[in-house]
Design a protein around this ligand. Structure first.
Ligand code: MRU
Length: 368
């Protein structure tokens, strides 16, 4: 999508079998747009851990490039084939331990390892890791494009009944192109509708504690000329009660067979408010964000709990410097639950790259 009028994606390389993976430092946004270089599997591990890169599809693709860099490192060490595979395996375990919730990370690592293990020579293994990372990146772009097209039909249907001919969409966190490779998941229908000159306005819940809504979604929508307004997480219910929201679209980090949607903390409360106000609530996700192994989301999805400092302190720009200001009493106990689960009874439908589907086990099973 556009940044200062120029098309960007979130992760790329400049040549085949490169030594550098380029990405955007999301920790500096919205204050500074900076491209950074990831040159080793350790750089990849830190980037996912400290959320330089974030968002389920982008985490998956970054992890796949991490396996590729690990394969290159193993190659440079001139290890025998068993130790070569072991080195990559050890790195893959470290990559998997960076963040627990987005299933894309685990799927990407497993799939990449399978491609590597299939090959017999070290050169072929390095090649296979690169080909998979690039394939996954392109796959995610195409998936988001498909989500955009399917979601556009939903927005067009809403438009038919709107007297003022403006659709108000509410979203949470950043399920935008920044969290993916291009287009985004929740934002893809918005970008497609905007392209068709449909009038729309987006309410963005700020998404405490890291404020990906306020900092990232607002930034990317504004760069793409989408009318948007940031509200506090607590205000979502109020704008719904006031009839100022036509549809809620969020992303997902992991969705189960039963259509339970795990997404950024606060999504569940937004879904409850939508239900109470008869507002359709959609989760937009590529098939890579489904976890077909999990049966009971509440019991089985590992919910990330991040550093409490993200709750006790607030990050922002002050006199041209990014600072962390404390907002709780000193030594106050805090917990930082980072994701929650929205039960399928609160989900109108899932907008996937394979079509719009009900959050129902019989339908989701057909996706495998
Ligand atoms: O902790 P984050 O910023 O990685 O969380 C991101 C989200 O919750 C998004 O909604 C998500 O990954 C959806 S897909 C872009």
């Amino acid at each position: 999508m556009l940044v200062n009028g120029k098309h960007h994606i979130t992760i790329w390389t400049e040549k085949k079998y490169p030594s550098i993976i380029y990405t955007i430092d999301q920790n500096l946004l919205p204050h500074k747009f900076e491209i950074i270089e990831l040159k080793s599997s350790s750089d990849i591990i830190s980037a996912i851990k400290n959320m330089t890169v974030r968002g389920a599809p982008l985490i998956g693709v970054t992890a796949a490039y991490g396996i590729f860099l690990a394969a290159k490192e193993a190659y440079a060490k001139n290890l025998n084939i068993n130790r070569f595979d072991n080195y990559i395996y050890r790195k893959s375990e470290q990559i998997k331990s960076t963040r627990p919730t987005a299933v894309n990370l685990f799927n990407a690592v497993e799939n990449s390892l399978n491609q590597i293990y299939r090959e017999r020579t070290k050169v072929k293994k390095v090649e296979a890791a690169f080909v998979y990372a690039k394939y996954l990146s392109d796959y995610e772009i195409n998936s988001c494009r498909a989500i955009g097209k399917f979601g556009l039909n939903i927005l067009k249907n809403i438009l038919k009944r709107k007297k003022d001919k403006t659709i108000n969409i509410l979203t949470h966190c950043n399920a935008g192109w920044l969290g993916c490779i291009d287009y985004g998941t929740a934002t893809a229908p918005i970008y497609f509708a905007h392209k068709e000159k449909i009038n729309l306005h987006v309410w963005i819940e700020e998404t405490r504690p890291r404020n990906q809504g306020a900092g990232l979604t607002a930034w990317e929508l504004m760069h793409n000329n989408i009318d948007c307004t940031v509200i506090t997480d607590n205000a979502g219910g109020y704008v719904m009660q006031k009839g100022m929201v036509d549809i809620v679209i969020v992303g997902s980090d992991r969705t189960t067979f039963n259509g339970e949607v795990c997404n950024k903390i606060g999504t569940y409360k937004t879904a409850l408010a939508a239900k109470d106000n008869n507002i359709p609530f959609y989760a937009a996700l590529p098939v890579t964000s489904f976890d077909f192994k999990i049966k009971d989301a509440m019991k089985e999805i590992p919910i990330e709990e991040r550093n409490g400092k993200e709750v006790s302190h607030i990050r922002g720009l002050y006199k041209e410097k990014i600072i962390n200001a404390r907002i709780t009493p000193q030594k106050c106990k805090v917990r930082n639950f980072s994701f929650d689960i929205t039960p399928s009874k609160l989900v109108t439908a899932l907008i996937t790259d394979k079509g719009i589907i009900k959050p129902d086990v019989r339908i989701i099973k057909k996706l495998i």
